[in-house]
Design a protein around this ligand. Structure first.
Ligand SMILES: Cc1cc2nc3c(=O)[nH]c(=O)nc-3n(C[C@H](O)[C@H](O)[C@H](O)COP(=O)(O)OP(=O)(O)OC[C@H]3O[C@@H](n4cnc5c(N)ncnc54)[C@H](O)[C@@H]3O)c2cc1C
Length: 467
């Protein structure tokens, strides 16, 4: 059992809504969680081991206490008998892992199966499908354990056509999924969708995938904390890693409270990776803001009008998808693109855009009061796929990141894979491209990324709404 009598280490500084990973040196020091629905309803955060206080040693240091870092620690302990120390700059699971939409889907990264085939050919694409299927099994096993009580709502994933013209593409993708990958997706027509599943007023039908589970994001993170600590993992919050020097193969990892000496460093910092943390992760990800809001509980007549008869994950076919769901307490959550910079994140126009898009789907919710609104930085890699990799064979440094907004489910497996890398226990799955190459660099385009992002948003708007 976890010893909850250990004093908790409450944050010393408040949440910073303007934080921007491209501009700021790091994600902060012992900051409070973002004011999300998940943090508001998950109950008291579990105890952790507080800030590093004095120099210490560890077999493995994991940087970042989100799903990836915690899963790495859990699998190092469970499958390899290795005790890791997790170092977290702020409060536990402070990054995306307590800010997301809680939608577990059978994917990793932003590409569809047809795009996998185009990029790598059918055989590799089938290998990737096996990898994400195995990942979903692992995720299901984890959330069924006694340590984790994250209110899972199963029922598959609905990929909803926001315009009629995208239905043909969904039909092709579904046919490919079923014929090439032996999967059981199906197309749902507009009338059936509205009557039986969700009365989304702008939808024209959907592709349904049998794997899709909604969870409580905060309870999942806290459950991982409980599991990791039960297995003997130390989780030091309020301990930002400021960098490290390597002497004779030993990394001297610097935190404000002391130096941690270790042979292995595993980076699980995702969209919050500071540019100065390590040369192998510098500018390898594009942090993109995603925002999310949660309404007050719906009345029965609002529920009837919206006709949301499932609590499964719903996403639409826009390039920058809307992800939405009915929560168990009858609130609706919806999220999508947000500001380009952290400094602009609080600008009300981003929230108003999301509200307007909710009203297009569910006119009955046009003026509904909101109880929660927040945002977070998604880790988008240059080629839209994650990497779990050791970037320099001579240095025992590893990373797992780049899920592009699809990490709730796959981060469990990515952590397990990173644990295998650290333990030197690769299997044949490690021949897949997400394990054999580094995160691609943005190269000469690095200084112009945000300019490109603004232009891309205009193009996505035209493509998704006008043309
Ligand atoms: C608004 C939003 C909605 C999303 N919705 C979904 C969804 O519905 N489904 C889905 O699959 N995915 C979704 N995602 C993505 C998903 O949340 C992430 O893929 C996942 O949580 C990544 O977990 P992680 O552990 O890799 O990173 P994070 O949870 O981001 O953790 C990284 C941690 O590293 C810490 N850190 C950074 N630098 C340092 C340092 N120098 N020293 C110490 N610690 C450091 C940070 O403080 C942070 O806590 C969403 C993301 C956002 C922002």
């Amino acid at each position: 059992m976890v010893d909850n009598s250990i004093p908790r280490h409450w944050p010393k500084t408040s949440y910073d809504p303007k934080y921007d990973p491209i501009i700021d040196a790091g994600p902060g020091h012992n900051r409070d969680h973002a004011p999300t629905y998940w943090i508001g309803t998950a109950g008291t955060p579990p105890a952790d081991d507080g800030p590093v206080s004095g120099d210490m040693e560890a077999d493995v240091v994991i940087v970042g206490s989100g799903y990836t870092g915690l899963s790495t620690a859990i699998h190092l302990a469970k499958e390899h008998g290795i005790q890791a120390v997790v170092l977290e700059a702020n409060t536990v699971a402070w990054g995306c892992s307590t800010r997301n939409g809680g939608q577990a889907q059978i994917s990793s990264g932003r590409l569809k199966r047809s795009q996998w085939i185009k990029r790598w050919g059918v055989d590799v694409a089938k290998g990737m499908h096996r990898e994400v299927s195995e990942a979903f099994e692992l995720f299901n096993d984890l959330i069924a354990s006694d340590d984790i009580d994250c209110d899972p709502q199963t029922g598959g994933h609905y990929y909803i056509a926001h315009r009629e013209k995208v239905m043909a593409g969904l039909q092709n993708e579904s046919d490919l999924l079923n014929s090439t990958f032996g999967y059981g997706s199906r197309i749902i027509g507009k009338d059936e969708l509205h009557a039986e599943h969700v009365n989304d007023q702008e939808s024209h039908g959907a592709m349904w995938e049998p794997d899709g589970t909604c969870i409580h994001a905060g309870k999942l993170a806290f459950g991982y904390v409980n599991m990791a600590r039960r297995l003997g993992v130390k989780i030091h919050t309020g301990s930002p890693v400021m960098g490290w020097e390597t002497k004779n193969g030993i990394h001297h990892v610097r935190t404000p409270g002391g130096i941690v000496k270790t042979k292995n460093v595993a980076l699980a910092t995702a969209g919050y990776t500071p540019p100065g943390l390590n040369s192998k992760t510098k500018h390898r990800l594009m942090p993109i803001l995603s925002n999310s809001m949660v309404t007050r509980p719906l009345t029965q007549s609002e529920l009837d009008e919206c006709g949301i008869k499932t609590m499964s994950p719903l996403t639409d076919t826009r390039t920058l998808r809307h992800y939405y769901r009915l929560l168990p307490d009858n609130r609706v959550q919806i999220g999508s693109r947000s500001a380009v910079t952290g400094r602009d994140a609080e600008n009300d126009k981003h929230l108003q855009l999301l509200r307007a898009n909710l009203a297009r789907k569910f006119p009955a919710l046009e003026d509904i009061n909101l109880d929660y609104s927040w945002w977070g930085w998604v880790d988008v890699s240059h080629d839209m796929m994650p990497r779990i990799f050791q970037p320099d064979p001579d240095k025992r440094i590893f990373y797992a990141m780049g899920y592009g907004g699809n990490g709730v489910m796959y981060s469990a497996q990515a952590g397990r894979r990173m644990a295998q890398l650290v333990a030197g226990k690769k299997d044949e799955a490690f021949n897949l491209p997400i394990f054999t190459s580094p995160l691609p660099s943005h190269g000469l385009l690095t200084p112009f990324r945000r300019m490109g992002q603004r232009m891309a948003y205009v193009w996505y708007y035209l493509k998704d709404e006008v043309i």
